[in-house]
Design a protein around this ligand. Structure first.
Ligand code: SF4
Length: 899
C-alpha cells in the first residue's frame, strides 16, 4: 500500500480535492476532506476515477506515420518541420491547439513558445468552446478577466440564480453545496434554462425561456430594477460608467413592460414578475452561469447583460453576491492565467496594451514576441483547411470530434498539413490524422497545478509511475523549443521552476495594476511547491492572510478609469434560425456520468451504464409531428452533418427544441458525433461557437433489425461494421447496442462470429425467422461468455439482468434455461437501467421500493437501497421517480373514482 496522495480531480471546473492511494495495483479514490472546494465530497465521475487509470488504450511510445520511433527522432522531426515551415512561410503559418486538461505549467511553456519565441499568437485552447464569452464579458465590464467570487459565497447567498447551467450534472459537487445551503438557510433557487433539467429539482422557480433569449430577460431585469428604485446609487455613481446607454438599449423593457419581456422570452408574465421580485428582494444574490450563456453567437452580450444587473444593484465584491461564471474544465482558469487563449498575451496582460507587450518581452527576454492576437479555434481550423496554417500541434484534446462542423475539421486535418498530436490515448478521432504522435502522461502520473472556477490553485500530484515512454507535456514542449533554438528560455528542470516563473511574470512590474498576482508564490522552494495547499489568487507578496482577498470589495476595477463598465446590449437570437427545412433547434451538452469525448469515463463500467447511447430528448408533440417512437432510433441532420441517436420523449423539453449530448466519438459509436451537426457560428467578440442552437431536422431511422451484444471477450470488427453500433463498458463485459439496414444472410453464423464461439463452447440459440427473433448465448464451462439478441424493432429484453450474469463464476441451471427468454429467473428481479452508479441501483429497483414501501423522499430510498447516499448525483433522478410514482398513483385513484 502506498501513502495517500492529495491531488485534484481532472474533470470539471469545480476542482475537487482527492486523496489517491494505490493498494496492490488498485487505485483507491476518496474526496479530500481538507480541500475547500469539496470538503471530502466527490460526484459520480470523481468517485470512479480509480476505474480509469489502467493502461488499456494508452499511447506509450512516440510514433511517426503510425510506426514506433525514438523520442529523439520524433522531437527532431517536430522541431525541424516547424522551423522549416516558419522560415518559409512566417510564424503565423504554424499553430498550437491546446486544452483545459493541460496543467498550468504545460500551458505556460506552450504559450511562451508560441507567443514569445515562434512569434505568433496562434495558440488557442478548447476552453474557447467553453467560457471565452465570460472572459470577454469580464474584460469589457471589469477591465480584467476576474471571477470575483468564492464557493463560500454559496453558503452566504439568500438567492441563487442558475442560468444556462445544469449544475446538478455538470458541476455536481457545487450543486450539492447549493442543496445543503438551501436546506440549512432556506436559500431560494431560480433555474433559468429552456430545459427542465435535473437542477430544477431544488428550484423555487424554473423559467423555461426560449433558447437564446437570455439577454432579453436580463436587459428587462436591468430596466425593471432601475424602475423599481433598486439601484445602489452610491456604487453606480462612484464605481461605474455607462448606465444611461445600457438602460437606453434595454428599450421597451425600460417601461417595466413585463408582458413584452415575457413574450420575447416565451415565458409567463407571472413567472417573469416573480423572478424580478426575487432578484429585487434579495441583496445577496449570486448568479451562476456557464455554457448555456457562453456558447452563443451573442454570448459576450449575454454575460454583460447579467453583469449589468449586478453592477446596478452594487451586488459585487461583497459576501454572498455577484456574477459567478462556472468553468467547464479542470484548468480552464489556469489557461486564462497563462494566456492560453489566442487573444491573450500572458499573466492577464493584453496584446492591445503596448506597455504589456513590452513588459512580457522584457520578462521573457525575447525580441520575437507576437505583435497581435492569433487565430481562435474555429478560425484556426479554417486556416488549416485553406492552407494558411501548414503545421498544427494538438495537445490533449480532440478537435476532430469536439469542434463545431467537426466533419470540416477532419477534412482540414486530413489535408496537406503537418499534424502533431501529443496525448495519452493512442486511438482518438484526432490521432487518426497525426503525422507524429507524442505520448503524454495522464492524470495520476503528472505533477503541476490547476485553477478552478473560484480562482483556487491546487496541486495535481503524481501517484502512479510514468508508463512506457510517456512524458510530461511541459517536458515535451521544452524539448521541442530547445531543438528550435530557444533552449535558454526553456531550461526548466522541473514543473516547480515553471510555476515560479509563471508566478514571477504575474508579479512583474504589477504594482497593483493587475489582479492576477502570484507574487507571494514566486519564490516557492521545491518543497513548498510540493506541499502547496489550495489557495485563491491573488496571492500578493505584501498581503497578510494570503488567498483571502475579496476582489472588487473596494469598488476599484481594472479599466482605464478604474470604474466598472455597463455594456449596452441589443439582444440577438441565434445566428441560424429554424426554417421549413430544419425546423428544430438543437441544444447540446453533457450527461451526468460522462466527460468530453469518453476517453476516460468510457473506461469505467459504472459510469458507462448510466447513459449508454447518444440520445435525442424531444417533446412528445414534436415526436408526433415527425412520427418518432420513444426508444426507437432517429436520424438528425443539419446543414453541416448528420447523426443517429436514440429517441427519448420528455416534456422537460420546450416544443421546437431538442437536446442531444455531445460525448460520443467514432471510437464509441457509429454515427454518434453530435458536433458534426453543430453550426460553426461564433460570437464576434469572444470567438466562442454557438453550440446550443443549431437548426436541424429529424426523422425515424428505420433499420431492418435491432439488437444488442453483451460479451466478456474482445469482439471482432464485424460488429463495428453494422450501420448503428454503440459500445459501453460493463463490469466484466462490454455492451454493444446494434441496428442494421441489412440482415446477415446467416444469423447463426454471424452470431457465432461476433461472439467468438468455438466448438468447445456450449451454444444456446433460438431462431424465429418469421418474427425476426434471434437469440444466442455462448457459455464456456460454467460462465456466460457472450449473448446476442436480435429483433425486428427496438423492443428487446432488459440488459440489466443479463449483464449481471457475467459476474457470476457459475451460471445457475435456471439461468441457462431462461437465458434466452431474457427475463430474470424466478426469485430475481430485473433492476433496470442504472440510476445510482455508486451502488449499481437501477430504475426498476427504485420504482419497486417506492411502490411497495411507500417511500416519499430520496433519503428514504437511500435508507432502503443505498441509492443516492454516496455522491448524491442521482438524487434528482430519484426525486423524479418519486414524483412519477405519486402522479401514477393519483391518476389511478382518479380513474377508480370515475369508475
Ligand atoms: Fe470532479 Fe465531480 Fe468534483 Fe467536478 S464535481 S471536480 S467532476 S468530483
Amino acid at each position: 500500500m502506498t501513502e495517500s496522495i492529495a491531488t485534484t480531480c481532472p474533470y470539471c471546473g469545480v476542482g475537487c480535492g482527492i486523496r489517491a492511494r494505490v493498494t496492490d495495483g488498485t487505485v483507491e479514490i476518496a474526496g479530500d476532506p481538507a480541500h475547500p472546494a469539496n470538503f471530502g465530497r466527490l460526484c459520480s465521475k470523481g468517485s470512479a476515477l480509480g476505474e480509469t487509470t489502467d493502461l488499456d488504450g494508452r499511447l506509450l511510445y512516440p510514433e511517426i506515420d503510425g510506426q514506433r520511433t525514438s523520442w529523439d527522432t520524433a522531437l527532431d522531426l517536430v522541431a525541424t518541420r516547424f522551423s522549416e515551415i516558419i522560415a518559409a512561410h512566417g510564424p503565423d503559418s504554424v499553430a498550437f491547439y491546446v486544452s483545459g486538461q493541460l496543467l498550468t505549467e504545460d500551458y505556460y511553456v506552450a504559450n511562451k513558445l508560441m507567443k514569445g519565441f515562434i512569434g505568433s499568437g496562434n495558440i488557442d485552447t478548447n476552453s474557447r468552446l467553453c467560457m471565452s464569452s465570460s472572459v470577454a464579458g469580464h474584460k469589457r465590464a471589469f477591465g480584467s478577466d476576474t471571477v470575483p467570487n468564492a464557493y463560500a459565497d454559496f453558503e452566504q447567498a439568500s438567492l441563487i440564480v442558475l442560468i444556462g447551467s445544469n449544475a446538478a450534472w455538470c458541476h455536481p459537487v457545487l450543486y450539492q453545496r447549493i442543496v445543503a445551503a438551501r436546506a440549512r438557510h432556506g436559500t431560494k433557487v431560480v433555474v433559468i434554462d429552456p430545459r427542465r433539467t435535473q437542477s430544477c429539482d431544488i428550484a423555487d422557480l424554473h423559467l423555461p425561456l426560449r433558447s437564446g433569449s437570455d439577454a432579453h430577460l436580463f436587459n428587462g431585469l436591468l430596466a425593471w430594477l432601475h424602475g423599481e428604485g433598486c439601484m445602489d446609487a452610491a456604487f453606480v455613481e462612484n464605481h461605474t460608467e455607462g448606465l444611461a446607454d445600457a438602460l437606453a438599449r434595454a428599450g421597451g423593457a425600460a417601461d417595466g413592460d413585463l408582458a413584452a419581456i415575457a413574450k420575447a422570452c416565451g415565458l409567463r408574465v407571472s413567472d417573469v414578475r416573480r423572478f424580478f421580485e426575487l432578484f429585487r428582494d434579495h441583496p445577496q444574490t449570486l448568479t451562476l452561469y456557464s455554457q448555456g450563456i457562453n456558447q452563443s453567437s451573442s454570448g459576450t452580450d449575454k454575460v454583460n447583460a447579467i453583469l449589468n444587473c449586478h453592477l446596478l444593484t452594487g451586488r459585487i465584491g461583497k459576501p454572498g453576491c455577484g456574477p459567478f461564471s462556472l468553468t467547464g474544465q479542470p484548468n480552464a482558469m489556469g489557461g486564462r492565467e497563462v494566456g492560453g487563449l489566442a487573444n491573450q498575451l500572458a499573466a492577464h496582460m493584453d496584446f492591445a496594451n503596448p506597455d504589456h507587450r513590452e513588459k512580457v518581452a522584457r520578462f521573457w527576454q525575447t525580441t520575437q514576441l507576437a505583435a497581435q492576437p492569433g487565430l481562435r479555434a474555429v478560425e484556426l481550423f479554417d486556416a488549416v483547411a485553406d492552407g494558411q496554417v501548414k503545421a498544427v500541434w494538438v495537445m490533449a484534446t480532440n478537435p476532430a470530434v469536439s469542434l463545431p462542423n467537426a466533419g470540416a475539421v477532419r477534412a482540414a486535418l486530413g489535408g496537406d498539413v503537418f499534424v502533431v498530436v501529443s496525448d495519452c490515448i493512442r486511438r482518438t478521432d484526432t490521432t487518426h490524422y497525426a503525422d507524429i504522435l507524442l505520448p503524454a502522461l495522464a492524470w495520476g502520473e503528472k505533477d503541476g497545478t490547476v485553477t478552478n472556477s473560484e480562482r483556487r490553485i491546487s496541486r495535481q500530484r503524481a501517484f502512479l509511475p510514468a508508463p512506457g515512454e510517456a512524458r510530461a507535456d511541459w517536458e515535451i514542449i521544452c524539448d521541442v523549443a530547445n531543438r528550435m533554438g530557444f533552449g535558454d528560455a526553456f531550461d526548466f528542470p522541473s514543473a516547480a521552476d515553471i510555476f515560479r516563473e509563471h508566478a514571477a511574470l504575474s508579479a512583474f512590474e504589477n504594482d497593483g495594476s493587475r489582479d492576477f498576482d502570484l507574487s507571494g508564490l514566486s519564490a516557492l522552494s521545491a518543497q513548498d511547491y510540493d506541499r502547496l495547499q489550495p489557495v485563491q489568487w491573488p496571492v500578493r507578496a505584501a498581503a497578510t492572510g494570503k488567498g483571502t482577498e475579496r476582489l472588487f470589495a473596494d469598488g476599484r476595477f481594472y479599466t482605464p478609469s478604474g470604474k466598472a463598465q455597463f455594456i449596452a446590449v441589443s439582444p440577438r437570437g441565434p445566428e441560424n434560425k429554424p426554417d421549413g427545412a430544419f425546423p428544430l433547434i438543437m441544444n447540446t451538452g453533457r450527461v451526468r456520468d460522462h466527460w468530453h469525448s469518453l476517453t476516460r469515463t468510457g473506461k469505467s463500467p459504472r459510469l458507462s451504464q448510466h447513459t449508454v447511447e447518444p440520445f435525442v430528448a424531444i417533446h412528445p408533440l414534436d415526436a408526433g409531428r415527425f412520427q418518432l417512437e420513444d426508444g426507437a432510433l432517429a436520424q438528425l441532420e443539419s446543414g453541416w452533418g448528420r447523426m443517429v441517436a436514440r429517441v427519448a420523449f420528455t416534456t422537460d423539453q420546450r416544443p421546437g427544441e431538442i437536446f442531444v449530448p455531445f460525448h460520443w466519438t467514432d471510437q464509441f459509436a457509429a454515427q454518434g458525433r453530435t458536433d458534426a451537426l453543430v453550426a460553426p457560428a461564433v460570437d464576434p467578440v469572444s470567438g466562442q461557437p454557438e453550440s446550443k442552437a443549431t437548426p436541424v431536422r429529424i426523422a425515424p431511422f428505420t433499420p431492418q433489425w435491432h439488437g444488442f451484444l453483451l460479451s466478456s471477450v474482445a469482439v471482432p470488427s464485424a460488429v463495428t461494421q453494422v450501420d448503428y453500433w454503440v459500445r459501453a463498458a460493463g463490469a466484466a463485459f462490454c455492451r454493444y447496442e446494434l441496428a442494421g439496414l441489412r440482415e446477415p444472410g446467416d444469423w447463426e453464423g454471424w452470431a457465432r462470429a461476433v461472439t467468438g464461439a468455438t466448438t468447445q463452447d456450449e451454444w444456446i440459440s433460438y431462431c424465429d425467422a418469421a418474427r425476426k427473433q434471434y437469440r444466442f448465448a455462448r457459455v464456456a464451462g460454467d460462465r456466460l461468455v457472450a449473448c446476442l439478441f436480435v429483433a425486428a424493432d427496438h423492443h428487446l429484453p432488459s440488459r440489466a439482468w443479463l449483464s449481471g450474469l457475467f459476474s457470476r463464476t457459475t451460471l445457475p441451471a435456471e439461468a441457462r434455461r431462461d437465458l434466452l427468454a431474457g427475463r430474470p429467473i424466478s426469485g430475481q428481479d430485473d433492476i433496470g437501467p442504472t440510476i445510482c452508479s455508486c451502488f449499481g441501483v437501477g430504475q426498476f429497483a427504485i420504482e419497486k421500493a417506492i411502490r411497495e414501501r411507500d417511500l416519499a423522499t430520496a433519503a428514504a430510498v437511500g435508507d432502503c437501497l443505498q441509492a443516492g447516499t454516496n455522491c448524491g448525483s442521482c438524487i434528482p433522478e430519484i426525486n423524479a421517480l418519486i414524483r412519477s410514482a405519486r402522479q401514477s398513483s393519483q391518476d389511478q385513484q382518479a380513474a377508480e373514482n370515475v369508475a
